[in-house]
Write a protein that binds this ligand. Structure first.
Ligand SMILES: Nc1nc2c(ncn2[C@@H]2O[C@H](COP(=O)(O)OP(=O)(O)OP(=O)(O)O)[C@@H](O)[C@H]2O)c(=O)[nH]1
Ligand SMILES: [Mg+2]
Length: 247
């Protein structure tokens, strides 16, 4: 297994995410849904190890992963860029489930993990692929981003055929990001009826791709800039976590 390391950008109590997440305060800590998560250096707060429910974000560079996490956690901590690939290391925002009950340098937490964008350059070597596979294995929820204004799915096809383990399909949520960029683009703060229709068509088109033919997949379109469907995505993430915790 490749070394799983990450840089912590933010840590706080789960309370900060609002009441929707409070059920996590009562979860069974012995659940197998918790995975061990490793850090390069000692954890900022001195924890030796962590057990984590990981929500990971995967998608091509510039598709809006970092922007989307910022929106979901309601904090601008992940750097974003208009013009160059931005996220170069693995980074996370960690929310402690049982801050006061911590014991023996072990923390339990929910992590939003931002993976570096795929397709930045030719990283398709064995180690890189293995590294992505390992993250997917450790993830509680996998958010995979498509983009509203892009039609080339060759990277997605490669990812789903070679990197994604279809046994993890129940953990997967597919997102069409930057929904406001679907044609016909306007400067309105809401999507037009035609844009919504085109997003539905786009969703059905992607769903029908042969590389996604492995079961019923959760799909949602979002716009981080216009705050569209962010709480729908949040609800889907919470539903997945609840399902996986109750297994
Ligand atoms: N119009 C619009 N632009 C967006 C939206 N989400 C992100 N962007 C812009 O898209 C660009 C890329 O966003 P990032 O969040 O940096 O993308 P990323 O997937 O993290 O990119 P890497 O870190 O390179 O993998 C930035 O300029 C964002 O402001 C959106 O919903 N609508
Ligand atoms: Mg990024």
């Amino acid at each position: 297994m490749a070394d799983i390391t990450t840089k912590i950008l933010y840590e706080d109590d789960i309370d900060i995410l609002g009441s929707k997440y409070l059920f996590l305060k009562n979860v069974e800590l012995s659940s197998s849904a918790f995975k061990n998560w490793h850090y390069i250096n000692t954890h900022k707060l001195g924890y030796k190890s962590t057990k984590t429910l990981n929500v990971i974000f995967i998608g091509q560079t510039g598709y809006g992963k970092s922007s989307l996490i910022n929106k979901l956690i309601n904090k601008d901590i992940f750097e974003t860029s208009d013009y160059q690939s931005c996220t170069k290391v693995l980074q996370s925002a960690d929310f402690f489930l049982h801050h006061k009950m911590k014991h023996e340098k072990l923390a339990y937490q929910l992590s939003f993990v931002d993976l570096p964008g795929i397709g930045e350059n030719d990283k398709a070597d064995e180690q890189y692929l293995q590294w992505h596979k390992d993250y997917i294995e450790e993830a509680t929820v996998i958010i995979y981003l498509f983009r509203a204004d892009k039609r080339d799915h060759s990277q997605d096809e490669f990812f789903f055929n070679n990197v994604f383990n279809k046994n993890n399909a129940e953990n997967l949520i597919c997102v069409i990001s930057q929904a406001d960029k679907i044609e016909p683009i306007s400067r309105d703060i809401q999507l037009s009826t035609t844009q919504k229709e085109n997003l539905e068509k786009k969703k059905n088109d992607i769903k029908s791709k042969s590389f996604l033919k492995f079961g019923e997949i959760d799909f949602v379109y979002v716009s981080s800039h216009l705050d569209i469907n962010i709480s729908e995505l949040e609800n889907k993430i919470i539903d997945k976590i609840k399902t996986i915790l109750s297994c």
